[in-house]
Design a protein around this ligand. Structure first.
Ligand code: PLP
Length: 342
């Protein structure tokens, strides 16, 4: 089975498992787990922030950051395809009590002008806008990297209006590796930023939220309130530490595999060629009109041992640690066969 459904499909490698088994541990809830503490320090340094907090998932990073930055009834500006807006079970409303102000960005990226059009400082009728939330890379935008100048313009806008900025960095390290812009340069433009270790970095559990001492102190309290505080969590944090050392540079080969896939798809009759070369590890493509639907094609590929995801009329393929260049060639052969099944 070649699994291109998501980069969450990665399994911990034998070396990662060994590193986990040997981790020093303590009570994380009392801040006595040395491996968790080391991971938090490393991510704070990596992102150029004062402090960081180990959390079970990226979803919890988003919701805790929203609750740190916003009071119930306040509004968050984001792209309409942002993960918290479409894939977090309504958590922003249920848990942080915020309203989402989704914008129609281009591949997940929006402008300061668009933000200005929905911003409000709040009055008796209207919600105060307190946060801008960006996703880097943009998942539904096909792994698009935020242009850093665009983010800097948003930061200026946010500063002028006294609002905060949060970066969903589920795939921040993909952006770093592909763009050469270091994590702390992205971090300098936002108040909070997090990294997911369970996507392309290949760990089984964990994400780390970074920010100022004050923001992370509030986040720690919310982590406890949401039941996210753990005990000997160093076992899980060790996998993340291992990934920081061993699995970042290799993201470049995931990006090369995504480009290989996109180039191969462009040569298959019946596939609408991807509009542009992928910047990172996500490729969206579509069957051409007159052929099978996206769901049908995905089903035909699944029968042949290739996992893909249908999202409406589009198909998403994600490259990762457990996918080789040879797997991509095999995936292309399967797609060509499946589309011709007729
Ligand atoms: C996966 C993902 C999340 C959520 O992370 P989990 O660790 O699955 O909770 C948030 N944002 C983006 C862009 C993601 O891809």
């Amino acid at each position: 089975m070649i699994d291109l459904t998501s980069d969450t499909a990665t399994k911990p490698t034998p070396e990662m498992r060994r590193f986990m088994a040997e981790a020093s541990v303590g009570d994380e809830q009392r801040r006595e787990d040395p491996t968790v503490n080391e991971l938090q320090d490393m991510v704070a340094e990596l992102t150029g922030k004062e402090a960081a907090l180990f959390l079970p998932s990226g979803t919890m990073c988003n919701i805790i950051a929203y609750a740190v930055h916003c009071r119930p009834g306040e509004a968050v500006i984001c792209d309409r395809t942002a993960h918290p807006n479409i894939s977090e079970g309504g958590g922003p409303a249920v848990i942080a009590g915020v309203l989402m102000r989704p914008l129609n960005g281009e591949r997940g990226v929006f402008t300061a002008e668009q933000a200005a059009a929905v911003f409000h400082e709040g009055d008796t009728h209207r919600s105060r806008t307190s946060l801008i939330s960006v996703e880097n890379t943009s998942n539904m935008g096909g792994g698009k990297i935020w242009p850093i100048e665009r983010l800097a313009e948003l930061r200026e806008f946010a500063n002028a209006h006294g609002i905060r900025m949060h970066m969903d960095g589920a795939r921040l390290m993909n952006a770093v590796v592909a763009s050469g812009v270091a994590a702390d340069r992205w971090g300098a433009l936002v108040d909070t930023v997090w990294i997911d270790f369970t996507k392309g970095l290949g760990a089984p559990i964990g994400a780390v939220l970074a920010g100022s001492e004050a923001h992370i102190a509030r986040a720690r309290r919310l982590k406890h309130a949401f039941g996210g505080a753990m005990r000997q969590a160093g076992i899980a944090a060790a996998a993340c530490l291992y990934a920081l050392d061993e699995h970042i540079e290799r993201l470049a080969s995931d990006h090369a595999n995504a480009r290989r896939l996109a180039a191969g798809l462009a040569r298959i009759p019946g596939i609408r060629r991807p509009a542009r070369e992928p910047q990172t590890n996500i490729v969206f493509f579509e069957p051409a009109p007159g052929g099978p639907s996206a769901a049908q094609l995905v089903e035909r590929c699944a029968r042949r041992g290739l996992g893909l995801g249908a999202i409406g009329p589009r198909i998403r393929a994600v490259t990762h640690l457990d996918v080789s260049a040879g797997d991509i060639d095999q995936a292309l052969a399967i797609i060509a066969e499946a589309i011709a099944e007729g």
